[in-house]
Design a protein around this ligand. Structure first.
Ligand code: C2E
Ligand code: MG
Ligand code: MG
Length: 687
């Protein structure tokens, strides 16, 4: 059965409706609304199912005019045929958006034919519309936008334009969390706001793909300000639990002969400047971006020649054992000495190589150089340490990865133990299956694999237990925010502790300060790499390092390491001696306010009747045990001991469960960390 087109007929005149229906119903499905309000309800619910609207004007006409206005404000393009007794209404009706006007009394056959014509025209226009417009938002699609923008620029050469791209930050999350229908609704909302803006902006708008919109508008001084306001207003009140933010990139068109897609790229580059910056929603493509682009082009132009001329070479940075301070390994790092641009940092060229695929060629070169040099060192009888080589995320896609590395090991006869591989954590997070498969195969061959830059890719420790990896590398630089240092270090301590639970060794990289070394040792992290010990160095220099392996420790001298490790140790002899001390002794930590007991000996427990851990007595020793009159003196003694790194004594009344004792407390500073100082405390009974 053929499906009839649905016509919404609005009007309260029974006779007219009967006549109309009689004439049209063999061909159309007539849905009736007795008044404009009913008509609006049906329109709101079934707009997509309707083919046209026929509106019978009553005598007052105000409601009918309002109806026309509402329908057109909703951007409906439905054919709208008005039937009216009053010829005077014709101009107003047409102005407000009626498609056609027929005066009563009318001949049904004429109404029929006019309706048919309107539907035909509308269908043709709709057909053109679907090829020119994005079906979801009804904005131009990419192809139309490119063509229209080109013709705009060509025909208005005297006017300067801007190409603007708009992106909804974290839009993918909307689809993931709330479903595609909600995602579509957000896109339609933005499109509607854009259409509204075009009334004042005078230009063209499109949805290029997914959540990427584009505008081509005349450039004017207030454009950036206006767009910032637009970004702030558009999604501010949008009813969704998550906060949605628009990011806008502006490319002021200087050279209108550039292809439109290049202009769009530039506007998107401007967006990339402000991605993730919560207080900035709008950025322009500017000189610094242009410089970056030119530099990128130079990098691309010269990479092949540079590699073949060995302007790209391998440097080595030692890894150090924090207890023996011996070199336990090294990392091979690429260095580029460009004939024109000078030294280019890997963090600049590696991402470009990863984008264009050249990274695989460069990595193979670095791996081969590393193997060749290890062979040289072995032949020279040097005490060679394991060297780790970086494996880019792109390499993990190469089905030949294992063969390539294996062939190198064979070619240079290198024991597998001397080659470690570093795979960045974010690669694991982005493509877990791929990377897990590649890494498993490498480990089966005999390579140790280190997870590089742990903490930068947001994998969880829980995930680690299922991931094949031998070592975690944590970069202290990720934890070093301006005010967040202490927090970062606490996170580091927890990660090290948890990694121990799953028997995963941790190496800290980016270690720059002596305090960091002390801290790492205090939390049981045994190996480190960083400028504090040595910067990455060329092969000749590194050879020297290998030769006199003692070099790095000359720079490091910790405060009383021996007692510290000794006191913390759980080895039997340390426990024995600690417990056999004739006086009450404790290991305490002081943060400027509170003294926390970390470890107490037997005599201390017997003398002051300390409760079992955990209790407030452990974390609040001063308040719990010392009479208030002496608090000031005890704090002063602790401060002086910490400052002068000496022993300080203070006499006070100690209040135990059983009695009050007159004692002397001796504080001896062992080490200082961020905001915390470690002491031994002995308690002498003076009575
Ligand atoms: P990465 O693998 O995490 O390498 C460690 C980076 O930290 C190196 O940067 C090193 O010079 C730097 N570094 C070491 N100690 C310190 C320190 O104490 N303070 C500071 N601020 N930095 C320190 P580099 O050499 O610039 O390399 C950056 C990244 O580029 C590397 O990070 C690695 O992801 C990549 N990369 C370097 N060489 C290669 C390579 O041959 N192949 C691949 N695929 N990637 C490489
Ligand atoms: Mg690395
Ligand atoms: Mg790293």
């Amino acid at each position: 059965m053929a499906v009839h087109k649905k016509i919404l007929a609005i009007g309260d005149h029974e006779e007219d409706f009967y006549l109309l229906k009689k004439d049209l119903s063999p061909e159309y499905d007539i849905v009736r609304a007795k008044n404009t309000q009913q008509g609006l309800d049906i329109f709101a619910k079934h707009e997509d199912a309707l083919a046209a609207i026929m509106l019978d004007f009553g005598t007052a006409m105000a409601d009918e005019y309002a109806f026309l206005q509402t329908i057109r404000a909703e951007h409906s393009t439905l054919p709208l045929l008005v039937l009216a007794k009053n010829k005077d209404a014709e101009l107003t009706a047409l102005t407000l958006g009626a498609t056609d006007f027929i005066c009563k009394p009318y001949q049904p056959a004429i109404v029929h034919q006019r309706l048919k014509n309107l539907l035909l025209l509308h269908e043709r226009a709709a057909l053109r519309n679907t090829t020119e417009h994005d079906t979801l938002t009804h904005l131009y699609n990419k192809e139309t936008f490119f063509a229209k923008a080109r013709s705009l620029l060509d025909t208005h050469a005297e006017q300067q334009y801007a190409l603007i791209c708009i992106d909804i930050e974290h839009f993918k999350l909307v689809n993931d969390l709330y479903g595609v229908a909600q995602g579509d609704a957000v896109l339609r909302h933005v499109a509607k706001a854009l259409r509204q803006q075009l009334k004042t902006f005078h230009g063209i708008a499109a949805r290029l793909r997914s959540d990427l919109f584009a505008l081509c508008l005349p450039l004017r001084p207030s454009l950036k300000e206006d767009l910032t306001q637009f970004a702030a207003a558009t999604l501010k009140e949008y009813p969704l639990d998550m906060k949605l933010v628009l990011k806008i990139g502006i490319y002021p068109i200087e050279d209108s002969s550039l292809p439109i897609d290049v202009m769009c790229d530039r506007a998107q580059m401007a967006i990339s400047l402000i991605k993730g910056k919560f207080n900035q929603s709008c950025a322009s493509y500017n000189d610094s971006l242009r410089r970056i682009l030119l530099e990128e082009q130079e990098i691309l132009n010269s990479m092949h020649e540079s590699l073949s001329k060995k302007q790209i070479s391998v440097y080595f940075q030692p890894k150090v054992d924090l207890y023996s301070l011996k070199i336990i390994g090294a990392e091979a790092l690429a260095r580029w000495h460009h004939p024109v641009m000078g030294a280019i940092s890997p963090s600049r060229f590696i991402p470009i190589f990863e984008k264009n695929g050249f990274i695989s060629t460069m990595d193979e070169f670095i791996w081969e150089e590393t193997c060749r040099l290890i062979r040289l060192w072995l032949d020279a009888g040097l005490p060679v340490v394991p060297v780790s080589m970086n494996v880019s995320r792109v390499d993990t896609y190469n089905p030949n990865l294992c063969n390539i590395l294996n062939a190198l090991v064979k070619k240079y006869s290198i024991p597998y133990e001397l080659l470690n591989l570093e795979v960045t954590e974010s690669a694991y997070v982005e493509h877990p299956e791929q990377v897990i498969a590649a890494v498993s195969a490498l480990r089966t061959l005999g390579f140790r694999v280190e997870m590089d830059d742990f903490g930068s890719g947001y994998s969880s420790l829980n995930m680690l237990k299922d991931i094949p990896v031998d070592v975690l590398k944590i970069d202290l630089r990720f934890l070093r925010g301006a005010e967040e240092t202490e927090r970062g270090l606490r996170i580091l301590a927890s990660v090290v502790r948890m990694a121990k639970w799953i028997a995963l060794p941790v190496i800290a990289e980016g270690v720059e300060k002596k305090e960091e070394v002390d801290f790492l040792r205090s939390i049981g992290c045994n190996s480190a790499q960083g400028f504090f010990f040595a910067r990455p160095m060329p092969e000749q220099e590194f050879r020297q390092y290998l030769r006199n392996k003692a070099a790095p420790q000359e720079r490091y001298e910790s405060v009383l390491d021996v007692p510290r490790t000794f006191l913390w140790s759980d080895k039997e002899e340390s426990c024995f001696i600690f417990n056999m001390l004739p006086s009450a002794a404790a290991l305490i930590e002081y943060d400027g306010n509170h003294v926390e007991l970390l470890r107490v000996n037997k005599t201390m427990i017997e003398q002051i009747h300390i409760q079992g851990f955990p209790s407030t007595e452990w974390s609040n020793f001063i308040e719990e045990y010392i009479q208030k009159a002496y608090w000031g003196a005890v704090h002063a003694a602790l401060h002086t001991a910490a400052e002068k790194r000496c022993t300080e004594k203070v006499c006070c009344h100690l209040q135990t469960k059983a009695k009050t004792m007159w004692v002397r407390l001796n504080f001896f500073c062992i080490s200082q960390e961020i905001n915390k100082t470690l002491f031994t405390m002995t308690v002498e009974n003076l009575e």
